[in-house]
Design a protein. Structure first.
Length: 394
């Protein structure tokens, strides 16, 4: 209607009477709230939640019912606030009747957190008041949303109106705006934000691998090498406990064969070094245990291995050549342990793994060796679709 104003700007500092309380009084009230911060009672669905997993919201009466006209206005706006909270779907509003708590007329501040005894174990609380505006016929409705896990304010905002009916039309938008500033919480761990738990992850890792080589002919006793390796991977969270991970792991092998060669009637030690590159493709199952912010993950799985190019052959006498090589059974087993923590936009991890080939690498249809690999590495991964569920695995 013409001449009516309804806005949603934050005007909390303009409300009358806000600065009338003394600093000492406010300090005593905060101390009282702190000392009594244990909720009055829990709920069957966990503290602060109902049996359906909805967060309980204590809606305290609005201040400002100083005249009969304003009392009716405040009553309608209070009921409208309760309905707006229920309409959000994830919250269960509880109407709080202060006369059942106070023997005399209740006097509580609307811009300080309510005492937990008043909120009956609710996870959140709404307080507010109705105040005359700066011009005739204008009113403010201001609401404060509180997190009762720590008696902390989440957000506050107000609307300006001239007619109560118009305010009731705008009220659901104000309530939705306030609750949009709440981060999701778990009913099983009240007061703790839900962990970062993406459905799909991609990442990379790099480290060093200690490799030991054995062969059935005993031609390379004690052969070993310390070499770098790196991988890229993708992981799918099956449920809160299990993750399936597929990797592309690039690595190198350097096998030294030692023996005696006869040249010009003289025996000397000849070292033959074979350098090759391969791609391992592990498919892993990880079991994720959360201990605070850290995720501890035992893992195990199988891998395939593909030769990349040829083996390069070089001796300490300067001879060089290259040979084809393959695997008698290009499969292996790997197991290990990882620890990860949220860091920046993704997750930082560190791990230790052991791998062993089922078959042997065969060089030029002659030389053979089987690998045993111990890897130490660091990794970083990015997540997508945080908190989403994989249908059929929940």
């Amino acid at each position: 209607m013409k001449g009516e104003k309804i806005t949603g700007t934050n005007r909390k500092n303009k409300l009358p009477g806000k600065r009338s309380r003394s600093l000492a009084g406010a300090g005593l009230l905060v101390l009282f709230l702190f000392l009594g911060s244990i909720p009055a009672f829990g709920q069957a669905g966990g503290w602060g939640f109902d049996d359906e997993g909805k967060a309980l919201v204590a809606v305290l009466p609005l201040a400002g019912a100083e005249t009969a006209e304003m009392a009716e206005m405040v009553r309608r706006l209070y009921l409208g606030t309760v309905e707006a909270v229920a309409a959000l779907g994830n919250y269960n509003p509880r109407q709080i009747q202060l006369e059942t708590v106070f023997a005399s007329e209740p006097k509580i501040p609307t811009d300080l957190p309510p005492h937990p005894d008043l909120t009956a174990g609710a996870r959140y609380a709404l307080t507010g008041g109705v105040y005359p505006g700066g011009i005739d016929g204008e009113f403010y409705l201001q609401l404060w949303l509180w997190d009762m896990a720590g008696s902390m304010m989440i957000y506050t905002d107000d609307l300006i109106y001239e007619k109560t009916d118009n305010a009731l039309q705008t009220l659901p938008g104000l309530v939705e705006w306030l609750f949009s500033h709440i981060h999701a919480v778990s009913s099983e761990t009240p007061g703790i934000l839900s962990p970062w738990d993406p459905l799909f992850m991609v990442g990379l890792r790099a480290g060093l691998s200690q490799r030991w080589y054995t062969d059935s002919n005993g031609r390379s006793p004690g052969a070993w090498a310390l070499l770098p390796e790196g991988s890229v991977y993708a992981a799918l969270r099956l449920n809160s406990l299990f993750t399936l991970q597929l990797e592309l792991l690039f690595g190198a092998d350097a096998v030294v064969y030692r023996g005696l060669n006869l040249t010009g009637g003289t025996y000397f030690l000849a070292n033959k070094k074979f350098t090759s590159y391969s791609l391992m493709i592990p498919l892993l199952l990880k079991v994720n245990f959360r201990t605070g912010p850290v995720i501890l993950s035992p893992l195990a799985g199988l891998y395939g291995v593909l030769p990349l190019g040829k083996t390069r052959f070089k001796t300490n006498t300067g001879d060089e050549a290259s040979y084809k090589y393959s695997y008698s059974l290009p499969l292996g087993f790997t197991a290990g342990f990882e620890a990860a923590i949220k860091y920046g936009p993704g997750r930082l991890s560190a791990g230790l793994r052991y791998a062993v080939d089922f078959g042997e690498a065969i060089i030029d249809n002659d030389l053979r060796y089987r690998r045993h690999i111990l890897s130490l590495y660091l990794g970083y991964e990015f997540g997508f679709f945080n908190g989403k569920k994989l249908r059929g695995f929940q």
